[in-house]
Design a binder for this molecule. Structure first.
Ligand code: FAD
Length: 512
């Protein structure tokens, strides 16, 4: 393989979402890489806001209790305590960066409430455009720092290792050029895996590239089977599907079937405000039979002023939310599992760190409490950076190696679409062994032609393996064939078989 350029840096951060930029801003010099302009990813799409115990009568301990309850027995109490305890400080930090959080007439932060939270504690900016406001401020801050080098439009191909630890990353560009960033510390902040499913609210950058790169090196992964579905994605021909925020239901919007009847009231005492996975299964039960579900927000006063983002999304699809119920479907929204880390984001491969949605820190357990993920990225980004600053910065010794790979970056979109349909059909909100085993067999026989295709296959196989292995129903992982929860509640861990390595020879480079 020809390497067109070698760059050396004290650290490399892959990902320009909330987790990657929080890490970069807390480091003293690094390269920040993203396959699109930084400040994007799922982070930019976040609508609800950031959970922080700022209200009267609230406390980090209460926020942690809610996180533990929703996590279905698998959330690590210490991680919940450290993340909720750091929330107020991280909101203050964002304010100092210039994020104008919404305030009431009394000047205090306006706090929203979402399912699973026992109190109002979601701070937001620009109504339902929190992610865009936060990411604009973080992007500006990164671009203003001369010690942060930004590489936009570069795709992660693989991790480079030397002597059993990480030594850098190999990147590709659409024109076929290859760049090796040699760095003793590498942070993966590449986001979630929604893009391996056919129906998702996450952007196309959420295809599990970081998770796949870690898996190829045999890095420990955890909780992979836990995938959260959002019950109210707008059911239109789009990819990703636009999300209709849960806050709409909090403000009084109701779910109805094609006959105009509310069905959630019969399924859960909290009706439309039942936990997100319960509502998602309620919606899925109807759409899986070929029926239709609608979110009726016409009864919300000042809908357009309170939910400008949701109204704009609906209107862009030719729907008028103030006058008509909106067609909705359940769609993949968040991955609780990922690369297993300690409480500073360190992974099982020395020098490799993970934070944000690609990581499994133990915060989300079997189900994520709404609006805890931007917070997790903000907190773990900073913690990983602090640990990296204190870590050994000497360049690793030994020959540089990368897993043997495919020369082409992107596969035929039709092949990717076929794979995504298969993954979506077998790993839905309600699972069973037979379809998962059939899908696994087909994916094992599938020969990838490009890097993105092999990443998708690898991640899908790992998630299917984990989902088949968990023979119980817990949190977001619900099985028709094992409807009860098993005791004790245990997190799942997998260490994939490492891929064969090839040496990265300096002679192969144009620039040494
Ligand atoms: C529609 C929507 C609404 C949401 N609302 C909320 C909310 O209100 N509150 C909340 O807490 N959470 C919310 N979430 C979840 C939350 O947005 C995400 O979990 C979080 O933003 C993930 O941040 P991240 O930095 O880990 O990843 P991302 O923000 O997804 O960033 C990933 C970065 O990695 C880069 N990348 C990916 N693959 C590659 C590759 N191969 N090569 C190079 N770069 C790569 C991308 O370009 C991007 O810069 C929402 C999610 C969605 C989809």
């Amino acid at each position: 393989m020809i390497i067109d350029e070698f760059i050396t840096a004290p650290a490399a951060v892959v990902g320009g979402g909330v987790a990657g930029l929080a890490t970069a801003l807390a480091l003293e010099g690094c390269v920040v890489i993203a396959n699109e302009p930084i400040g994007g990813g799922a982070s930019k799409l976040a609508q609800g806001g950031i959970a922080a115990a700022l209200g009267a009568g609230d406390s980090p301990a209460r926020h942690a209790e809610d996180t533990l309850r929703v996590g279905a027995g698998l959330t690590d109490p210490q991680v919940a305590a450290l993340v909720t305890g750091a929330a107020a400080g991280r909101i203050e930090w964002l304010r100092a960066l210039g994020v104008a959080f919404d305030r009431g007439a009394d000047g205090l932060p306006l706090l929203g409430r979402e399912a699973g939270h026992s109190l109002h504690r979601i701070v937001h900016a620009g109504g339902d455009r929190t992610g865009a406001a936060v990411m604009a401020a973080m992007r500006q801050a990164v671009l203003a720092r001369p010690d942060l080098r930004v590489l936009e439009g570069f795709t992660l191909i693989d991790l480079i290792t030397a002597g059993g630890r990480v030594a850098g990353i190999l990147l590709g560009r659409p024109d076929g050029t290859r760049v090796a960033v040699l760095a003793p510390q590498v942070v993966l902040a590449t986001g979630g895996i929604g893009g391996i499913f056919d129906r998702t609210t996450t952007p196309s950058t959420s295809r599990g590239a970081g998770l796949a790169a870690a898996a190829r090196h045999g890095v420990r992964l955890a909780d992979l089977e836990f995938v959260q579905f959002h019950p109210t994605a707008l059911a239109i021909e789009a990819d990703p599907l636009p999300l209709l925020t849960e806050a709409l239901r909090g403000a009084g919007a109701v779910l109805i079937d094609a006959g105009g009847d509310r069905f959630m009231t019969a399924l859960h005492p909290d009706g439309e405000l039942a936990p997100r996975d319960v509502v998602a299964r309620g919606v899925h039960a109807i759409t899986a039979r070929g029926g239709e579900v609608f979110l009726d927000a016409t009864g919300i006063r000042d809908l357009a002023a309170r939910f400008p983002g949701a109204c704009a999304l609906a209107r862009a699809a030719g729907l008028e939310p103030t006058r008509q119920p909106l067609p909705v479907t359940a769609a993949v929204h968040f991955h609780m599992g990922g690369i297993a880390t300690d409480s500073h984001g360190a992974t099982s491969l020395p020098g490799l760190w993970a934070c944000g949605e690609v990581a499994a820190t133990g915060l989300h357990g079997g189900n994520r409490l709404a609006s805890n993920s931007l917070l997790e990225g903000l907190v773990f980004g900073q913690r990983a950076a602090q640990a990296i600053i204190a870590a050994d910065a000497r360049p690793p010794r030994g020959a540089l190696a990368i897993p043997r790979g495919l020369p082409v970056l992107a596969a035929d979109p039709a092949r990717i679409a076929a794979l995504r349909r298969q993954v979506g059909a077998s790993l839905g909100p309600l699972r069973a062994a037979a379809p998962m085993q059939a899908a696994l067999q087909q994916l094992e026989a599938w020969q990838p032609e490009a890097r993105d295709e092999s990443d998708l296959l690898l991640v899908a196989r790992e998630v299917l393996g984990a989902a088949l292995g968990r023979r119980e129903s817990r949190g977001a992982h619900q099985r028709e064939d094992y409807p009860a929860a098993a005791e004790p509640a245990l997190r799942s861990c997998r260490s994939p078989e490492p891929a064969p390595l090839a040496l990265l020879q300096p002679l192969q480079s144009r620039v040494a």
